[in-house]
Design a protein around this ligand. Sequence first.
Ligand SMILES: [Zn+2]
Length: 456
Amino acid sequence: MKARNGLTRFFNCYILRESRIIKEELWIRDGKIVNPEEVFYVEKVEPDVSLDCDGLLIAPGFIDIQINGGWGVDFSYDSENVEEGIQKVAKELLTHGVTSFCPTMVTSDKEKYSKILPKIQKKQGSKHGATILGVHLEGPFICLARKGAHTPELIKNPIKGIDSLLEMYGSLENVVIVTLAPELPGAVEAIKSLSQRGIKVALGHSEASLAQAEEGVRQGANLITHLFNAMLPFHHRDPGLVGLLASTTDKQVYYGIISDGIHTHPAALRIACRTNREGLILISDAVAAQGLPDGAYRIGPQAVSVENGWAYIAGTKTLCGSTMALDRCVKTFKEATECCLEYALETASLHPARALGIDNIKGKLDYGYDADFVFLHPKTLEVQSSWIAGEKDMCSQRSEQNDCLISDGDHEIADRSSWNNGFRARGLVLVSLAPRNLRRRRAAVKAKQLHLIIKF
Ligand SMILES: [Zn+2]
């Protein structure tokens, strides 16, 4: 019997590669995407498993760089059971095609940071949950006048630069993004120090002029937090943070934008993507109510009321984030801007990967990249399943029937538990083909190796 090599081949699928959707096979092994030609002709190895994708679209897994919580969990509030909360959200996110995320903490007090931050460790994802890329800290070094949903009493100036941040947060070990207002005293020095440490700086909750924003970018900032929200509105004599979209600074500036049909008008979405196409990143900015019905929730120290899917600080009409996961933001964005599907998908995958500097391993379906991807219906864009590090997520297997059939007597390729854990797809119909059938189906496949064909 031939030893298993862990090679899986997806066929009869469309994939997003080099900004184009093409009909091509996708081969993976050991959690990475591999080059089929190299494997087949050089290594002379054939896949253990072939999966018939029935015309589905495979896109890189979505990356959400700003998410406050979901499914009842608020990352800024629940300090006693942080790991459980993070894991719960990480697991649920896979059902929305999100394979990596940055748990986001809003303005909090020192005690909360010291309790919560050490417990949100960066973590490689698996079929049990999305990858935790690191924390996004939004505040407290923001502009009081543009506080949005942040608690005014807790907002601070970073007077001592990076030392003010270290004093407040305790440690920056698990942090990948800090949102701050560049016009505050000490902010420029803080931006410089954060950038030197490899932490991305996002400008937001700010009244910065364009000149102040550009100085922030020169010092290392490369992101804008939820464009249009919690900043000066566009003014033609001083366009403020919004002006960075058409700034003459050398560097590409990325900007998060909430495309939930509530936070940003469709015309504003169109203005943004037509002005700075490469910089656009879809974020959910989702709160604890994500995935749950209207009701009472929290964001950090504040009570939240969700009515008809709109999340407000309780007793006010101040929006405090969305209730929509990133897969739906992609759909809303595509409809609002009438952009091509390739671009819509890249705004939630390639662009955030580039902004974080991880586009050498994530955000694409290129050879050597992490096998993090999402199966989508090509027309409706409904998520069919997510795969992370080459494993199919457990969530989309829950509802399946335990009815797999393996009908070959000579080759033991996968036992029942492997199927249940790894390969079973939604609405599974499993057919085990005899070698002669395989020859007919794909001339290159040698007869001795049994291939299992799974139909979605
Ligand atoms: Zn915000």
